[in-house]
Design a protein around this ligand. Structure first.
Ligand SMILES: [Zn+2]
Length: 442
């Protein structure tokens, strides 16, 4: 009896170990199977030296952005389209980890948990994906960057469709440069700067300082400050491009007066400015097509008056992410709430509350006033645009040039954020990129 009992015990142990192992394997198969099939050691898909045919990727009009032929993965016919969409579509080596070809690799290969890759292996085709992107508008925005580094994001703030997403530097995925890994011109080329980078915002941050003032000063519209081009704080000068004299908010936003917003930031106080910025999404990571984005940041917890003054005009240590800025513009346009942009299929319904309605409406009016009275209206063609420019000083080279804004037009509800490094001004350098994208979409 004793021996039988012992043998049963051992058998039970073996049985549990076996079932546990099967369970562990099945769990991992469900969780990771899609990634396993795409690994280079899968002989079924890489036997001939080229990857299994993956599905075709098209833009919103059906233009082919990537497809598989018998021997290779090929990309759009037009070189500007290929370069402008490198970070969205992806490359053949998997360098761009946030691209559709990396994120949706198993979908493109037609992987299914129950049938694996059988369907694709027999038919020779993966699953096709159509993107919400407009390829021609991306190419136009890319060309308007004129070789500069930068980030362009434009989406429909009513539906969440992403229309333009360009990151530079870029390269042609059909002719990968031999010095890609060594040439400093390509440093950071594998990052999608719209999603994964942050930049000094300069004057576009004045929208945040203005929003904080709206919350604490009931008289914010009539409150005036004097600009005499230079103002001394902590024995150091805060400077402005011009001598603006007495200004109210509307005039200060139009002229983008540094002294006005520096003085305003000191009156608002570090704690309140920090709180408003955080409510507007600073410090938060957002999501785009299952990618987590880089957070905009500011930390005023130990800021001196001088640091607070410069932070109020988007200098000092303030950093912003282009995708977040586009979301914020969507929120201003849309009464404070914005739908998360998407790239494939349709909206997942995620919404972000970044402003209360009254603040959104007040910022909307200020941005409309900027374009009506201060900006080069001809940039925007037939659109009714509301915008704010930024020309952010960065050490050692020309400024970061920003333009953020949105169109009021009901048939073209676009919100955008454009940042171009090493340019001349927000209006001139970034404005031309916005103009090129909008004209291509018209
Ligand atoms: Zn000024």
């Amino acid at each position: 009896m004793k021996t039988t009992g012992f043998r049963s015990f051992v058998l039970y142990i073996l049985l549990f170990a076996f079932l546990g192992g099967i369970g562990y394997f099945l769990f991992n198969l469900v969780m990771n199977g899609d990634r396993w099939v795409a690994q280079p050691y899968n002989g079924h898909i890489y036997a001939s030296g080229t990857a299994l045919p993956a599905g075709t990727i098209t833009d919103r009009t059906g233009m082919i952005l990537a497809e598989s032929t018998d021997s290779a993965r090929v990309y759009a016919e037009n070189e500007s389209v290929r370069r402008s969409l490198l970070h969205t579509v992806g490359d053949s080596s998997g360098y761009i980890s946030t691209s559709v070809q990396a994120v949706h690799r198993s979908d493109l290969m037609g992987y299914n948990l129950f049938t694996g890759l059988n369907r694709t292996i027999f038919s020779g085709f993966g699953s096709n994906l159509q993107l919400s992107i407009d390829a021609n508008a991306n190419a136009a925005a890319y060309r308007a960057l004129e070789g500069r580094r930068g980030a362009v994001f434009l989406f429909n703030y009513k539906t969440g469709e992403t229309l333009v997403k360009v990151s530079a530097p870029s390269y042609d995925p059909m002719h990968v440069p031999g010095d890609l890994l060594d040439n400093t011109a390509y440093s950071g080329v594998f990052l999608d700067h719209t999603l994964s980078s942050t930049y000094t915002p300069g004057s576009i941050f004045k929208l945040v300082t203005a929003a904080a003032a709206m919350e604490v000063f009931p008289d914010w519209e009539t409150r005036t400050y004097n600009c005499s081009q230079s103002w001394t704080v902590n024995d150091s000068a805060v400077t402005c491009l011009d001598w603006h004299g007495d200004l109210n908010m509307k005039q200060a936003m139009g002229h983008s007066c540094n002294i006005y917003f520096a003085k305003l930031a000191l009156d608002i106080g570090a704690e309140q400015l920090q709180e408003t910025a955080e409510r507007m999404g600073f410090g938060d990571q957002f999501h785009f097509d299952s990618i987590t984005t880089a957070a905009s940041s500011l930390d005023l917890s130990t800021a001196s008056d001088l640091e607070l003054a410069w932070s109020g005009v988007g200098q000092a240590d303030v950093m912003t992410n282009p995708y977040h800025m586009a979301l914020l513009m969507g929120a201003v346009a849309n009464g404070g709430t914005v739908t998360e942009p998407y790239l494939i299929g349709r909206s997942n319904g995620t919404r972000y509350d970044l402003l209360d309605r009254s603040t959104a409406e007040a910022l909307h009016k200020l941005m409309r006033n900027n374009v009506d009275y201060y900006y080069d209206y001809s940039l925007f063609g037939g659109y009714t645009v509301c915008a704010k420019t930024g020309t952010a000083e960065v050490g050692g080279r020309n400024p970061n040039c920003w333009m953020v804004g949105f169109c009021e037009d009901t048939d073209a509800p676009y919100a955008f954020a454009v940042c171009v490094e090493d340019g001349s001004s927000g209006m001139y350098t970034a404005g031309r990129v916005v103009s090129a994208a909008l004209n291509a979409l018209y």
